[in-house]
Write a protein that binds this ligand. Structure first.
Ligand code: NAP
Length: 343
Protein backbone atom coordinates (compact mmCIF):
# COMPACT_ATOMS: atom_id res chain seq x y z
CA UNK A 1 0.00 0.00 0.00
CA UNK A 2 1.35 3.39 -0.99
CA UNK A 3 1.07 5.37 2.22
CA UNK A 4 0.44 8.70 0.49
CA UNK A 5 -2.39 7.47 -1.71
CA UNK A 6 -5.95 7.81 -0.36
CA UNK A 7 -7.11 4.58 1.26
CA UNK A 8 -9.60 2.55 -0.74
CA UNK A 9 -12.91 1.74 0.91
CA UNK A 10 -15.10 -1.26 0.22
CA UNK A 11 -18.67 -1.02 1.52
CA UNK A 12 -20.53 -4.00 2.97
CA UNK A 13 -24.30 -3.47 3.09
CA UNK A 14 -26.31 -0.88 1.15
CA UNK A 15 -27.69 0.63 4.34
CA UNK A 16 -29.42 3.93 5.03
CA UNK A 17 -26.55 5.20 7.16
CA UNK A 18 -24.02 4.35 4.43
CA UNK A 19 -26.11 6.30 1.95
CA UNK A 20 -26.94 9.26 4.18
CA UNK A 21 -23.66 9.88 5.98
CA UNK A 22 -20.76 7.49 5.54
CA UNK A 23 -20.36 7.29 1.76
CA UNK A 24 -20.79 11.09 1.39
CA UNK A 25 -18.04 11.53 4.02
CA UNK A 26 -15.76 9.03 2.23
CA UNK A 27 -16.29 10.99 -0.99
CA UNK A 28 -15.40 14.24 0.79
CA UNK A 29 -12.29 12.90 2.54
CA UNK A 30 -8.90 13.64 1.01
CA UNK A 31 -7.61 10.45 2.67
CA UNK A 32 -10.28 8.09 1.36
CA UNK A 33 -11.55 6.75 -1.93
CA UNK A 34 -14.69 4.76 -2.64
CA UNK A 35 -13.66 1.58 -4.44
CA UNK A 36 -16.44 -1.03 -4.37
CA UNK A 37 -19.92 -1.51 -2.91
CA UNK A 38 -21.19 -4.93 -1.84
CA UNK A 39 -24.68 -6.18 -1.19
CA UNK A 40 -26.50 -9.49 -0.77
CA UNK A 41 -28.44 -8.38 -3.82
CA UNK A 42 -26.66 -7.65 -7.10
CA UNK A 43 -29.33 -5.25 -8.35
CA UNK A 44 -29.15 -3.26 -5.12
CA UNK A 45 -25.36 -2.91 -5.19
CA UNK A 46 -25.55 -1.88 -8.84
CA UNK A 47 -28.12 0.84 -8.12
CA UNK A 48 -26.28 2.02 -5.00
CA UNK A 49 -22.95 2.28 -6.77
CA UNK A 50 -24.50 4.21 -9.67
CA UNK A 51 -25.82 6.76 -7.19
CA UNK A 52 -22.29 7.42 -5.97
CA UNK A 53 -20.47 7.02 -9.27
CA UNK A 54 -18.65 4.01 -7.86
CA UNK A 55 -17.28 1.88 -10.69
CA UNK A 56 -17.35 -1.49 -8.95
CA UNK A 57 -19.99 -3.46 -7.12
CA UNK A 58 -20.65 -7.04 -6.15
CA UNK A 59 -21.20 -9.32 -3.20
CA UNK A 60 -19.78 -8.98 0.32
CA UNK A 61 -17.13 -11.55 -0.65
CA UNK A 62 -16.20 -9.50 -3.72
CA UNK A 63 -15.50 -6.55 -1.40
CA UNK A 64 -13.43 -8.59 1.03
CA UNK A 65 -11.43 -10.34 -1.69
CA UNK A 66 -10.74 -7.17 -3.69
CA UNK A 67 -6.97 -6.83 -3.42
CA UNK A 68 -7.01 -3.06 -3.81
CA UNK A 69 -9.39 -2.47 -0.88
CA UNK A 70 -7.65 -1.14 2.25
CA UNK A 71 -10.63 -0.56 4.57
CA UNK A 72 -13.92 -2.43 4.75
CA UNK A 73 -16.88 -0.49 6.11
CA UNK A 74 -19.52 -2.76 7.67
CA UNK A 75 -23.04 -1.37 8.07
CA UNK A 76 -25.16 -4.47 8.36
CA UNK A 77 -27.34 -5.55 11.34
CA UNK A 78 -25.37 -5.65 14.60
CA UNK A 79 -25.66 -9.43 14.99
CA UNK A 80 -23.76 -9.90 11.71
CA UNK A 81 -20.87 -7.49 12.44
CA UNK A 82 -18.47 -9.84 14.23
CA UNK A 83 -18.45 -12.53 11.54
CA UNK A 84 -17.98 -10.00 8.73
CA UNK A 85 -15.32 -8.04 10.62
CA UNK A 86 -13.36 -11.21 11.34
CA UNK A 87 -13.63 -12.27 7.70
CA UNK A 88 -12.42 -8.86 6.50
CA UNK A 89 -9.57 -8.63 9.02
CA UNK A 90 -8.48 -12.20 8.19
CA UNK A 91 -8.21 -11.06 4.56
CA UNK A 92 -5.85 -8.27 5.68
CA UNK A 93 -8.37 -5.41 5.55
CA UNK A 94 -8.70 -2.65 8.11
CA UNK A 95 -12.25 -2.50 9.46
CA UNK A 96 -14.61 0.37 10.14
CA UNK A 97 -17.52 -1.36 11.85
CA UNK A 98 -20.77 0.39 12.62
CA UNK A 99 -21.88 0.72 16.23
CA UNK A 100 -22.61 -1.28 18.24
CA UNK A 101 -19.59 -3.29 17.17
CA UNK A 102 -21.24 -6.52 18.30
CA UNK A 103 -23.67 -7.95 20.83
CA UNK A 104 -21.31 -9.89 23.10
CA UNK A 105 -18.02 -9.14 24.81
CA UNK A 106 -16.71 -12.49 23.69
CA UNK A 107 -17.17 -11.68 20.02
CA UNK A 108 -15.65 -8.20 20.54
CA UNK A 109 -12.53 -9.91 21.96
CA UNK A 110 -12.39 -12.18 18.91
CA UNK A 111 -12.67 -9.18 16.57
CA UNK A 112 -9.76 -7.45 18.31
CA UNK A 113 -7.66 -10.59 18.47
CA UNK A 114 -8.19 -11.22 14.77
CA UNK A 115 -7.29 -7.65 13.79
CA UNK A 116 -4.12 -7.82 15.92
CA UNK A 117 -3.12 -11.19 14.44
CA UNK A 118 -3.55 -9.78 10.96
CA UNK A 119 -1.85 -6.48 11.73
CA UNK A 120 -4.87 -4.39 10.74
CA UNK A 121 -6.82 -1.72 12.61
CA UNK A 122 -10.46 -1.87 13.66
CA UNK A 123 -12.75 1.00 14.65
CA UNK A 124 -16.28 1.12 16.04
CA UNK A 125 -18.26 3.84 14.28
CA UNK A 126 -19.19 6.14 17.17
CA UNK A 127 -18.74 9.23 15.03
CA UNK A 128 -20.16 11.63 17.63
CA UNK A 129 -16.89 11.44 19.63
CA UNK A 130 -15.18 13.35 16.82
CA UNK A 131 -17.51 16.35 16.87
CA UNK A 132 -15.63 19.41 18.19
CA UNK A 133 -18.44 20.22 20.64
CA UNK A 134 -17.21 17.50 23.02
CA UNK A 135 -13.64 18.80 22.90
CA UNK A 136 -15.04 22.18 23.96
CA UNK A 137 -17.02 20.54 26.79
CA UNK A 138 -13.85 18.83 27.98
CA UNK A 139 -11.88 22.08 27.77
CA UNK A 140 -14.52 23.82 29.93
CA UNK A 141 -14.33 20.97 32.44
CA UNK A 142 -10.51 21.02 32.47
CA UNK A 143 -10.54 24.80 32.93
CA UNK A 144 -12.54 24.19 36.12
CA UNK A 145 -15.64 26.03 34.88
CA UNK A 146 -18.07 23.67 36.63
CA UNK A 147 -15.86 22.50 39.49
CA UNK A 148 -15.39 18.83 40.32
CA UNK A 149 -17.48 16.41 38.25
CA UNK A 150 -20.15 14.43 40.03
CA UNK A 151 -22.66 13.17 37.50
CA UNK A 152 -23.57 12.70 33.85
CA UNK A 153 -27.14 12.40 32.55
CA UNK A 154 -27.53 11.24 28.97
CA UNK A 155 -30.60 10.37 26.94
CA UNK A 156 -31.26 9.26 23.41
CA UNK A 157 -34.75 8.70 22.07
CA UNK A 158 -36.56 8.86 18.77
CA UNK A 159 -39.79 7.87 17.05
CA UNK A 160 -40.50 4.28 16.05
CA UNK A 161 -39.07 2.66 12.94
CA UNK A 162 -41.15 0.63 10.45
CA UNK A 163 -42.12 -2.79 11.86
CA UNK A 164 -39.71 -4.73 9.65
CA UNK A 165 -36.67 -2.64 10.68
CA UNK A 166 -33.53 -4.57 11.68
CA UNK A 167 -33.79 -2.96 15.14
CA UNK A 168 -36.89 -5.07 15.96
CA UNK A 169 -35.19 -8.32 14.97
CA UNK A 170 -33.71 -10.12 17.96
CA UNK A 171 -31.76 -12.67 15.92
CA UNK A 172 -30.01 -9.87 14.04
CA UNK A 173 -28.83 -8.18 17.24
CA UNK A 174 -31.74 -5.75 17.40
CA UNK A 175 -32.92 -3.79 20.41
CA UNK A 176 -32.29 -0.23 21.40
CA UNK A 177 -29.55 -0.71 24.00
CA UNK A 178 -27.34 -1.77 21.07
CA UNK A 179 -28.79 0.89 18.81
CA UNK A 180 -29.23 4.06 20.88
CA UNK A 181 -28.53 3.43 24.59
CA UNK A 182 -24.94 2.72 23.54
CA UNK A 183 -24.43 6.44 22.69
CA UNK A 184 -24.95 8.04 26.13
CA UNK A 185 -23.08 5.06 27.64
CA UNK A 186 -20.13 5.80 25.37
CA UNK A 187 -20.44 9.55 26.02
CA UNK A 188 -20.23 9.08 29.80
CA UNK A 189 -16.97 7.13 29.36
CA UNK A 190 -15.68 9.89 27.09
CA UNK A 191 -16.60 12.73 29.48
CA UNK A 192 -15.26 11.07 32.64
CA UNK A 193 -12.29 9.79 30.64
CA UNK A 194 -12.29 6.50 32.54
CA UNK A 195 -14.17 3.22 32.69
CA UNK A 196 -17.12 2.61 35.03
CA UNK A 197 -16.70 0.42 38.11
CA UNK A 198 -20.21 -1.01 38.03
CA UNK A 199 -23.44 -1.01 36.05
CA UNK A 200 -27.07 -1.42 37.13
CA UNK A 201 -29.47 -1.66 34.18
CA UNK A 202 -33.05 -2.53 33.46
CA UNK A 203 -34.79 -2.73 30.11
CA UNK A 204 -38.40 -2.91 28.96
CA UNK A 205 -38.99 -5.30 26.11
CA UNK A 206 -41.64 -5.16 23.43
CA UNK A 207 -43.70 -8.36 23.69
CA UNK A 208 -44.11 -8.88 19.93
CA UNK A 209 -40.48 -8.65 18.84
CA UNK A 210 -38.89 -9.43 22.21
CA UNK A 211 -36.32 -6.64 21.78
CA UNK A 212 -35.66 -3.94 24.37
CA UNK A 213 -37.29 -0.68 23.36
CA UNK A 214 -36.61 1.30 26.52
CA UNK A 215 -34.04 1.18 29.27
CA UNK A 216 -32.33 2.98 32.10
CA UNK A 217 -28.95 2.42 33.66
CA UNK A 218 -26.73 3.79 36.37
CA UNK A 219 -23.02 3.53 35.80
CA UNK A 220 -20.84 4.18 38.84
CA UNK A 221 -17.43 5.68 38.22
CA UNK A 222 -14.51 6.46 40.57
CA UNK A 223 -15.09 8.84 43.50
CA UNK A 224 -18.85 8.16 43.46
CA UNK A 225 -19.37 9.83 40.10
CA UNK A 226 -22.45 8.43 38.38
CA UNK A 227 -23.85 8.35 34.88
CA UNK A 228 -27.61 8.04 34.42
CA UNK A 229 -28.49 6.80 30.99
CA UNK A 230 -31.97 6.65 29.47
CA UNK A 231 -32.99 5.54 26.02
CA UNK A 232 -36.37 4.91 24.45
CA UNK A 233 -37.77 4.09 21.06
CA UNK A 234 -41.15 5.44 19.99
CA UNK A 235 -40.59 8.82 21.59
CA UNK A 236 -39.99 12.49 21.15
CA UNK A 237 -36.63 12.98 19.42
CA UNK A 238 -33.85 13.80 21.85
CA UNK A 239 -30.09 13.28 21.90
CA UNK A 240 -28.83 15.05 25.02
CA UNK A 241 -26.35 15.00 27.81
CA UNK A 242 -25.61 17.18 30.76
CA UNK A 243 -22.58 17.11 33.00
CA UNK A 244 -22.91 18.22 36.59
CA UNK A 245 -20.04 19.64 38.57
CA UNK A 246 -19.84 21.07 42.07
CA UNK A 247 -20.04 24.59 40.62
CA UNK A 248 -22.12 24.30 37.48
CA UNK A 249 -23.70 22.32 34.67
CA UNK A 250 -22.82 21.90 31.00
CA UNK A 251 -25.54 20.68 28.68
CA UNK A 252 -25.74 19.70 25.04
CA UNK A 253 -29.07 19.40 23.27
CA UNK A 254 -27.74 17.72 20.13
CA UNK A 255 -25.00 15.45 21.41
CA UNK A 256 -25.05 12.31 19.25
CA UNK A 257 -26.61 12.70 15.81
CA UNK A 258 -25.58 16.04 14.36
CA UNK A 259 -26.08 16.90 10.67
CA UNK A 260 -22.91 18.27 9.01
CA UNK A 261 -24.41 21.72 8.50
CA UNK A 262 -25.83 22.14 12.00
CA UNK A 263 -24.45 24.70 14.46
CA UNK A 264 -24.52 23.16 17.92
CA UNK A 265 -24.85 25.04 21.20
CA UNK A 266 -23.30 24.32 24.55
CA UNK A 267 -25.21 25.66 27.52
CA UNK A 268 -22.82 26.49 30.37
CA UNK A 269 -24.33 27.38 33.74
CA UNK A 270 -22.10 28.18 36.68
CA UNK A 271 -21.93 30.08 39.96
CA UNK A 272 -19.99 33.28 40.40
CA UNK A 273 -21.15 33.24 44.00
CA UNK A 274 -22.94 30.49 45.81
CA UNK A 275 -26.45 31.96 45.72
CA UNK A 276 -29.41 31.56 43.39
CA UNK A 277 -28.80 35.08 42.04
CA UNK A 278 -25.10 34.30 41.61
CA UNK A 279 -25.78 31.88 38.76
CA UNK A 280 -24.49 32.75 35.28
CA UNK A 281 -25.48 31.29 31.95
CA UNK A 282 -23.47 31.31 28.71
CA UNK A 283 -24.40 29.81 25.33
CA UNK A 284 -21.37 28.78 23.33
CA UNK A 285 -21.92 28.16 19.63
CA UNK A 286 -19.85 25.47 17.94
CA UNK A 287 -19.56 25.82 14.16
CA UNK A 288 -21.01 23.00 12.09
CA UNK A 289 -18.79 19.98 11.54
CA UNK A 290 -19.11 16.61 9.80
CA UNK A 291 -18.21 14.13 12.52
CA UNK A 292 -18.31 11.21 10.07
CA UNK A 293 -15.71 12.92 7.93
CA UNK A 294 -13.58 13.76 10.97
CA UNK A 295 -13.66 10.15 12.15
CA UNK A 296 -12.81 8.75 8.71
CA UNK A 297 -9.94 11.21 8.34
CA UNK A 298 -8.48 10.31 11.72
CA UNK A 299 -8.79 6.56 11.08
CA UNK A 300 -7.10 6.93 7.67
CA UNK A 301 -4.34 9.19 9.03
CA UNK A 302 -3.60 6.66 11.75
CA UNK A 303 -3.51 3.75 9.27
CA UNK A 304 -1.33 5.67 6.83
CA UNK A 305 1.09 6.23 9.69
CA UNK A 306 1.11 9.93 8.83
CA UNK A 307 0.56 10.84 12.44
CA UNK A 308 -0.10 8.96 15.67
CA UNK A 309 -3.50 10.10 16.85
CA UNK A 310 -4.50 10.11 20.50
CA UNK A 311 -7.21 7.59 19.81
CA UNK A 312 -6.75 3.91 20.61
CA UNK A 313 -9.48 2.46 18.41
CA UNK A 314 -9.13 -1.15 19.55
CA UNK A 315 -9.02 -0.38 23.28
CA UNK A 316 -12.07 1.87 22.84
CA UNK A 317 -14.05 -0.84 21.06
CA UNK A 318 -13.19 -3.43 23.71
CA UNK A 319 -13.89 -1.16 26.68
CA UNK A 320 -17.26 -0.12 25.26
CA UNK A 321 -18.11 -3.78 24.56
CA UNK A 322 -17.29 -4.66 28.18
CA UNK A 323 -19.62 -1.96 29.53
CA UNK A 324 -22.35 -3.14 27.15
CA UNK A 325 -21.84 -6.71 28.43
CA UNK A 326 -22.22 -5.43 32.00
CA UNK A 327 -25.60 -4.00 30.95
CA UNK A 328 -26.78 -7.33 29.55
CA UNK A 329 -25.60 -9.21 32.64
CA UNK A 330 -27.24 -6.72 34.98
CA UNK A 331 -30.52 -6.96 33.10
CA UNK A 332 -30.63 -10.75 33.16
CA UNK A 333 -29.52 -11.09 36.80
CA UNK A 334 -31.32 -7.98 38.17
CA UNK A 335 -28.09 -7.17 39.99
CA UNK A 336 -25.39 -4.55 39.94
CA UNK A 337 -22.49 -5.87 37.87
CA UNK A 338 -18.86 -5.02 38.62
CA UNK A 339 -16.77 -4.54 35.51
CA UNK A 340 -13.89 -6.31 37.24
CA UNK A 341 -16.01 -9.52 37.13
CA UNK A 342 -16.05 -9.55 33.34
CA UNK A 343 -13.08 -11.12 31.57
N1 NAP B 1 -23.36 5.90 13.17
C1 NAP B 1 -24.61 6.24 12.99
O1 NAP B 1 -25.01 7.41 13.06
C2 NAP B 1 -25.62 5.18 12.68
C3 NAP B 1 -26.92 5.54 12.35
C4 NAP B 1 -27.82 4.53 11.99
C5 NAP B 1 -27.42 3.22 12.01
N2 NAP B 1 -26.15 2.90 12.38
C6 NAP B 1 -25.70 1.48 12.41
O2 NAP B 1 -25.49 1.12 11.05
C7 NAP B 1 -25.91 -0.22 10.83
C8 NAP B 1 -26.98 -0.21 9.74
O3 NAP B 1 -28.11 0.53 10.19
P1 NAP B 1 -29.19 1.13 9.14
O4 NAP B 1 -30.25 1.75 9.94
O5 NAP B 1 -28.50 1.97 8.14
O6 NAP B 1 -29.72 -0.23 8.55
P2 NAP B 1 -30.44 -0.60 7.17
O7 NAP B 1 -30.76 0.61 6.38
O8 NAP B 1 -31.54 -1.53 7.54
O9 NAP B 1 -29.31 -1.40 6.41
C9 NAP B 1 -28.76 -2.57 6.87
C10 NAP B 1 -28.14 -3.30 5.69
O10 NAP B 1 -27.60 -4.51 6.17
C11 NAP B 1 -27.62 -5.46 5.12
N3 NAP B 1 -28.07 -6.75 5.69
C12 NAP B 1 -27.31 -7.85 5.84
N4 NAP B 1 -28.00 -8.85 6.39
C13 NAP B 1 -29.25 -8.39 6.58
C14 NAP B 1 -30.44 -8.97 7.08
N5 NAP B 1 -30.47 -10.25 7.51
N6 NAP B 1 -31.54 -8.22 7.14
C15 NAP B 1 -31.52 -6.94 6.72
N7 NAP B 1 -30.41 -6.32 6.22
C16 NAP B 1 -29.29 -7.04 6.14
C17 NAP B 1 -28.54 -4.94 4.02
O11 NAP B 1 -27.69 -4.56 2.96
P3 NAP B 1 -27.69 -5.39 1.58
O12 NAP B 1 -29.14 -5.73 1.29
O13 NAP B 1 -27.14 -4.42 0.62
O14 NAP B 1 -26.85 -6.60 1.78
C18 NAP B 1 -29.17 -3.70 4.62
O15 NAP B 1 -29.33 -2.66 3.68
C19 NAP B 1 -26.36 -0.75 12.18
O16 NAP B 1 -25.28 -1.38 12.80
C20 NAP B 1 -26.72 0.52 12.94
O17 NAP B 1 -26.58 0.37 14.37
C21 NAP B 1 -25.25 3.86 12.69
Amino acid sequence: MNKLEPLKFGIIGCSRIAKRSVIPAILKSEFAELKIIGSRNKEKSNKFSNEFNCKENGTYDDVISDESVDIVYISTPIGTHAELAIKAASAGKHVYCEKSSTNSFNSAKKMIECSKNNNVRIMEGFMFRFHPQHKKVKDLINDGKIGDLNSFNGSFGFPSFPEDDIRYNKELGGGFLNDSGCYPICASRMIFDEEPISVMYQSQNEPKSGVDVKGMSILTYKNNKTANVTYANGNYYQAKYEVWGTNGIISLDRAYSVPPDFTTKINLQYNIENTWEGRKNEIIEIPSSDHFLKMIDIFCIEIMGKRKTSFNFEEELLNQAKVMEAHRLSNSSHKEIWLSEIN
